[in-house]
Design a protein around this ligand. Structure first.
Ligand SMILES: CC(C)(COP(=O)(O)OP(=O)(O)OC[C@H]1O[C@@H](n2cnc3c(N)ncnc32)[C@H](O)[C@@H]1OP(=O)(O)O)[C@@H](O)C(=O)NCCC(=O)NCCS
Length: 217
């Protein structure tokens, strides 16, 4: 097997991203899904996805009381420039088409280096680990677009999304105790791998060695 150095591998990865090669992911239940950029010809598929969401999920993502997308809204949602507005979907392959089962999107705010994130997974497919690769793909796009931070305005009642974002390295910014919406934020740079916590047996061994050394053994 040819071994690539990290620079070459990073360049290939960036090129694959730029030309929009879909990414294959395997969900916790073993189902194969793919993550790809949302395209303008996805309007019908995407409309079906929004319509199939439960009222609760649709409300968390698009606002309480949101019903169906009008054709004009759908056009707006699927026409993204990929830089100031980027959107990725997770799909399942069907015989002649694809079914959309998740969406992650960012919109650049007025200050230029920060974008607001939104994320939703089809109810049936929640709990299958799909949000993570969707967010990873969005973070890559944000890095490629030169952004520095992603933020999410999440109602404090949306515990699932808040737990997920914390797991993914977002931190809650200062907010008043009475604020119903939490502002979660993180830089778009990849997180450094954490050093594994020392095993209790190793801590004990180190302590014993110190004691023996102190008493001259
Ligand atoms: C929030 C949301 C995006 C998370 O997506 P997801 O793909 O379901 O996320 P995950 O699969 O990583 O995790 C979901 C939960 O399943 C749990 N889980 C872990 N392993 C699991 C397994 N093997 N089987 C089932 N569930 C599992 C996770 O621990 C997590 O639970 P937690 O919240 O108690 O930590 C999704 O719930 C959603 O679309 N909600 C509605 C829309 C919304 O709120 N959007 C945010 C506003 S922008």
């Amino acid at each position: 097997m040819i071994k690539l150095n990290t620079t070459t591998a990073a360049a290939i990865a960036a090129t694959r991203r730029a030309v929009g090669v879909p990414r294959q992911v395997r969900l916790r239940n073993g189902a194969p899904a793919q993550i790809r950029a949302l395209r303008s010809d996805d309007a019908k598929r995407f409309g079906g996805f929004v319509a199939r969401l439960s009222a609760a999920s649709r409300g968390e993502r698009y606002g309480r009381g949101f019903g169906t997308c009008t054709p004009a809204m759908l056009l707006d949602l699927v026409n993204v420039d990929g830089v100031r507005h980027a959107a990725f979907i997770a799909t399942l392959k069907l015989d002649y088409d694809e079914e959309v089962i998740g969406e992650a999107r960012y919109d650049v705010s007025t200050d230029g280096d920060c974008a607001e994130l939104t994320l939703v997974v089809a109810d049936f497919w929640q709990g299958q680990g799909l949000a993570e690769p969707l967010l990873d793909r969005l973070l890559e796009a944000a890095r490629d677009a030169g952004l520095r931070r992603l933020v999410g305005e999440v109602p404090s009642s949306n515990h699932q999304m808040i737990r997920f974002m914390k797991r993914m390295g977002f931190v809650a910014c200062a907010q008043g105790a009475d604020r119903p919406v939490l502002r979660m934020e993180r830089g778009v740079a990849p997180r450094l791998p954490q050093a594994p916590a020392p095993r209790p047996v190793d801590v004990l061994r180190r302590w014993l060695n110190n004691q023996l050394f102190q008493f001259g053994f």
